[in-house]
Structure formats: C-alpha cells, structure tokens
Design a binder for this molecule. Structure first.
Ligand SMILES: [Zn+2]
Length: 424
C-alpha cells in the first residue's frame, strides 16, 4: 500500500466511525418520531438500549436535533470509496425525509408531488384520464360479458377466487416455489424463516413484519376474497424475493457484516420504501418470468385451488392489461390529496379507473387516506427498479438479472440514486 492509499484508508476508517455515530443519532431520532406516529417505524432490530425509555421529546425538539444531524452529515468529507459514499448519501437522503415527516406531523401540508419528492425522493410521472381511457377501451374488448366494465370484471373474476379453506395450502405451495427459485440465485442466511398468519379488518391485503434474525411474520388479510393471481404475487412480494429477502440481505450484509446500524431501522414513510415496494413487485417477474409463471399456475396452483386451468391464459392476459391501470391510484391519490376531489368523487373514480366494486373502492380510499403518496411506491417503484436493472444488465440473461437484483437489495439505493446511476 503506498502512502496515498494508506492515508485514504485511515480517512475512510475515520469517516466510517463518524458515520456510525450519526447513524446512531438517526436511529434514535426515528424511534422518537415513532412515539408520535404509530406506523412510522415498520421494523427495528438494532440495540435495545437505543429505544426511548421515556415519554418522547416534543416534535419541535426532535426537529431541531434532526436539522443538526443533517448539518453534520453535509459537512462530512466525501469519501473516494464508493461503499462509504453510498452510505453517506443514503443516510443523508433518509435523514432529510425524516425531517420532512417531522414537519408534516407538526401540521405542515403537502401536495402529492411535494410528498413524492420530499418524503420518497421520487420524481413521479403522472398520467391523465385519457391515458386510462385507452386502457379501459382495450379491456372492453377483452373481458367477456355485457354491461358496466367493473361489474363485468367482477363477475368474470369470481371463477378465479381461491376457496378460503384451500388458501393456506395454495399459499404454502406458492411460497415454497418462490423460495426455491430465489435460493438458486441468492445466498440467504441459513437460519432465515417466516410464519404466515391469516388476519382480517386491515386496509392492506398482506403485510410482512420483519422481526430481525432473518425472521418475518407474513400476515394475509382475508377480509375480501383472494384471487388466484394474488397468491404468487403475495408469496413473491412479501416473501421471496420480496420484503423478507430484502430485509434479510440488509441485515446480513449491512447491519451484521459492516455494522451500519442505520439499516436496522425501517421507517415506513421514507425513501427506502420505494425500493422495498418496487423491488418486491418487480421481484415477482424476476422469480416467475411470464411463461414459467403461466405453466406453474396451470399445472400446480389452479388444480390445487380446485380452479379450471383452461381459463388461466385468458385471465392472465387480462391481468396484464389491468396492471397498467395501477397508476390510476396515483392520479386519484394526487387529486384527493390536492383537494381537487372529495371522498365520493374518489370512490367513483376508483370504480371507473381501478375497476373496483363500490366496497373495494371504499377500502382502497381508506388505504390512500392512510398512506397518501405511498401508493406510488408500488407501481413507480416497480418501473424504476425495472429500468435501473435493465440499465445494469445488458442482454437478457436471467442469471445476470438475478445478480443485479440481489446487489441492489444488498446495497439499497433511493429513487434519485437509481435515476442518477442510470443516467451517468
Ligand atoms: Zn409491500
């Protein structure tokens, strides 16, 4: 090692120690914010001694401490090491979003666009009604039956409901297939495991609660019928290679191996969610490319659920088109957040453009009210992760795609980091 290189190594070691200290501040502040907002801290498995043991500081004091943290992060020297540079950048972006959330908790109002940018670090495209009308027109041709499209869809989809008594078994088979496919490409800790529990009365359809030590509790909401396509979607999204794998890789590589404890906390309303939801959604396609998925559905899942596999191909063609309507949720969230429409109009639009029944539209509106701009992390996150990986992997090798996908999960990037990596 020459003098310059050894000096660099010493500087980096010092910088890493400084970042450890700032990471602790970030975690402690996030936990304090969690005392003011029940769902904010989605997972935490760092040191127990960092949990606040007293009544929380007022938000104004947490805000001051967060501003001080950001100032310190911004005065640190920039490392030549790409790992450290990425650590610094990620922690700074997460801390700025934390500050914005603290401001919101104190009453700051935000438009949809501001929330996308400031809370999720994302510059999200928007589509207008004309865009969705064209997709609806396509569906008019595809979906059998007569009458209003949302009713036709509802009627057509009934034959694809997984009978409740078969749900656990069908889901178990899907999750072991998703796990097997993932383990061929991703090295996971030996002890990784999960449990699945059925629940109800929730605004979400499924949830992964990551508990640390490579363990997840996956909950499935049985308030509404579960359609067959949701089985693989949920197995991959919540489990393999989705949230469970993402969290297990972060814990293994960043928290345990490097001691970067800022990653031991997951703040739900923050930039990391865009990658979490986006990669969990795109991971479905990575683990189950279209033809393979269709074959597995027809040969295994449909018979197991007692459904007729002959209708699978048409059903999945329709699902593909329906998926393009997912951005309608963003438009409706934007209009509702920006006071352009009220609840009643939002429900009407959810029935028209997301083709929900009135009851489902009501449930979806509750989700939007609860999570606001978070809704775009699923579809925009998916598109961004897909575009970023396409840029990393030239050609169509599935192995190379898995490698790039795993690398992204193990060293997370926020939206602006993915966009600037793609354009540089
Ligand atoms: Zn998710």
């Amino acid at each position: 090692m020459n003098t310059n290189a050894s000096e660099q190594a010493i500087n980096d070691a010092q910088l890493n120690l400084q970042l450890n200290d700032l990471a602790e501040r970030y975690v402690r502040l996030s936990l304090r914010v969690g005392q003011h907002s029940e769902y904010f801290v989605d997972a935490y498995y760092g040191p127990d001694s960092w949990r606040p043991h007293s009544i929380s500081d007022p938000l104004s004091s947490i805000e001051e401490q967060c501003c001080a943290l950001i100032r310190l992060l911004e005065t640190l020297p920039v490392s030549a090491s790409s790992n450290l540079c990425q650590r610094q950048q990620f922690l700074t972006i997460q801390s700025k979003a934390l500050l914005y959330y603290i401001e919101q908790l104190q009453g700051k109002t935000s438009t949809y666009q501001q929330e996308c940018e400031r809370l999720y670090d994302a510059n999200v495209p928007s589509y207008d009604a004309v865009h969705f009308d064209a997709i609806l027109h396509q569906l008019e041709q595809l979906v059998p039956g007569e009458g209003e499209l949302n009713q036709r869809i509802a009627q057509y989809r009934e034959q694809f409901i997984v009978p409740p008594e078969k749900l656990s078994q069908v889901f178990d088979v899907a999750i072991s297939e998703a796990r097997e496919r993932t383990l061929k490409h991703v090295e996971l800790p030996d002890c990784e495991s999960f449990d699945v529990q059925l629940t109800n009365n929730q605004v979400w359809s499924a949830y992964n609660w990551y508990k640390g030590n490579s363990y997840s509790l996956i909950e499935l909401n049985t308030d509404h019928p579960i359609f067959i396509e949701r089985v693989i979607d949920l197995a991959a999204h919540e489990g393999y290679p989705g949230h469970h794998v993402f969290n297990a890789l972060i814990e293994k590589h960043l928290v345990n191996e490097r001691g970067w404890l800022e990653y031991s906390i997951y703040n739900l309303y923050s930039p990391v969610s865009l990658l979490a939801e986006g990669s969990a959604n795109y991971g479905i396609e990575v683990a189950f490319p279209w033809d393979e998925r269709l074959m597995f559905e027809q040969e295994v899942l449909f018979p197991l659920a007692g459904l007729n596999p002959s209708g699978a191909e048409q059903y999945y063609e329709i699902q593909r088109v329906l998926h393009q309507l997912s951005y309608a949720d963003n438009l409706i969230a934007q209009q509702w957040m920006d006071d352009e429409i009220d609840d009643e109009q939002a429900i009407k639009l959810l029935m028209k453009y997301a083709l929900n029944s009135e009851e489902r539209a009501g449930q979806r509106l509750s989700f939007i009210k609860h999570n606001r701009a978070y809704v775009m992390t699923y579809n925009y996150g998916q598109d961004l992760v897909k575009a970023y990986l396409a840029e990393q992997v030239k050609g169509d090798s599935n192995d190379a795609l898995w490698r790039a996908f795993t690398a992204l999960l193990a060293t997370p990037k926020t939206a602006s980091m993915m966009v600037s990596a793609s354009s540089s």
